[in-house]
Write a protein that binds this ligand. Structure first.
Ligand code: NAD
Ligand code: ZN
Length: 352
């Protein structure tokens, strides 16, 4: 089979590999809808998780099950499924500790591309199918559903980590697809004021649709000053960091109020240290919590997010600005994600 791969740090291309084989609890899936992620870009071009040779990319897929192992109970060939970006081993102590994302070691729930081939291929392998796949309802189109696998679960996790409460004031730094889903998640959790920090008009428009009440544009001055001004110098209750480099952690800590929470869902691709501003962190005594996490995956998380889409609580389809047809278009979609033209939020590739 063919797949679109990271050949080495800084280089991508099409390669031929053997079709994967299902173990007793696994499934083999063929893609129906695929999307590239900014994380694929960090992985390839910043070498953020280290070297990978001829490793197939991609971790956002909706597909059709083509084969299941002998012990798989709830799925069969022909089922259309949403595949989470995070597909943990569910029989680990980390799961019992409440961190399935880190089952088997830090970030090990993130398997596609990280520890095995990803989804940008004619077929891909899903471990523990009963625990990691979710059925795609007929009334959700694949191009919308593929936004659930990673974008929705990550953005919503930002709102969870930030501990957004009814009436909370929230700032979201970076309003690409992940930040936009963080706005939607904060809004669903009952946030009051939601300040979106971003500038591209296509993203600003969708941010308002998802519930942003204020837009802060770096072109109008320092973003921390602007957020402090908007909040009467108090700062916001919650900051969700969903874009930018390491400097955004510094900005986030400055703009959150004492007792508030900074939640990072960004993937910092470079830099050895993340900055904490000493004085604004109350010389260490401000009770400003700093949290960060990999998105939740697995079947139940997908099923619960699917319910939100199915009952029209949120429409992640608003993120999709470009739709292409045919597996070979994965390369074009990937390069769009790298180059980020101004009219792009998220591209999707539909495979027959
Ligand atoms: P994106 O690049 O499309 O969007 C980020 C946005 O932030 C861009 O519009 C950029 O212009 C903006 N930005 C950059 N610097 C900024 C600054 N200083 N202030 C304000 N805005 C700034 O990326 P995305 O696809 O939305 O993903 C966001 C991040 O989330 C990426 O790092 C991605 O790798 C990561 N990610 C993490 C997880 C997870 O599980 N935690 C999952 C998926 C993606
Ligand atoms: Zn991703």
């Amino acid at each position: 089979m063919k797949g679109f791969a990271m050949l080495r740090i800084g280089e991508v291309g099409w390669i031929e590999k053997e079709k994967p084989v299902a173990g007793p609890y696994d499934a083999i899936v063929r893609p129906i809808a695929l999307a590239p992620c900014t994380s694929d870009i960090h992985t390839v071009f910043e070498g953020a998780i280290g070297e990978r040779h001829n490793r197939i990319l991609g971790h956002e897929a909706v597909g059709e099950v083509v084969e299941v192992g002998s012990e798989v109970k709830d799925f069969k060939p022909g089922d259309r499924v949403v595949v989470p970006a995070i597909t943990p081993d569910w029989r680990t102590l980390e799961v019992q500790m409440g961190y399935h994302q880190h089952s088997g070691g830090m970030l090990s729930g993130y398997k596609f591309t990280n520890s095995k081939d990803g989804v940008f291929a004619e077929y891909f392998h899903v471990n523990d199918a009963d625990m990691n796949l979710a059925k795609l309802p007929d009334d959700i189109p694949p191009e919308k559903a593929v936004m659930i696998c990673d974008m929705m679960t990550t953005g919503f996790h930002g709102a969870e980590l930030a501990n957004v409460q009814f009436g909370s004031s929230v700032a979201v730094i970076g309003i690409g697809p992940v930040g936009l889903m963080a706005i939607a998640g904060a809004s669903l959790r009952g946030a009051g004021r939601i300040i979106a920090v971003g500038s591209r008009p296509v993203c600003v428009e969708v941010a308002k649709h998802y519930g942003a009440t204020d837009i802060v544009n770096y072109k109008n001055g320092d973003i921390v000053d602007q957020v402090m001004h908007l909040t009467g110098n108090k700062g916001v209750d919650c900051v969700i960091v969903a874009g930018g480099g390491v400097e955004t952690m510094d900005q986030a800590i400055r703009m959150v109020r004492p007792g508030g929470t900074v939640a990072n869902i960004n993937y910092f691709g470079y830099g050895d240290l993340l900055p904490i501003p000493r004085a604004e962190w109350g010389c260490g005594m401000a009770h400003k919590d700093i949290r960060g996490g990999l998105c939740p995956g697995g079947r139940l998380r997908m099923e619960m997010l699917i319910e939100l889409v199915r009952y029209n609580r949120v429409d992640p389809g608003k993120l999709v600005t470009h739709i292409m047809y045919g597996l070979d278009k994965v390369e074009k979609a990937f390069m769009l994600m790298k180059d980020k033209p101004r009219d792009l939020i998220k591209p999707v590739v539909i495979v027959n």
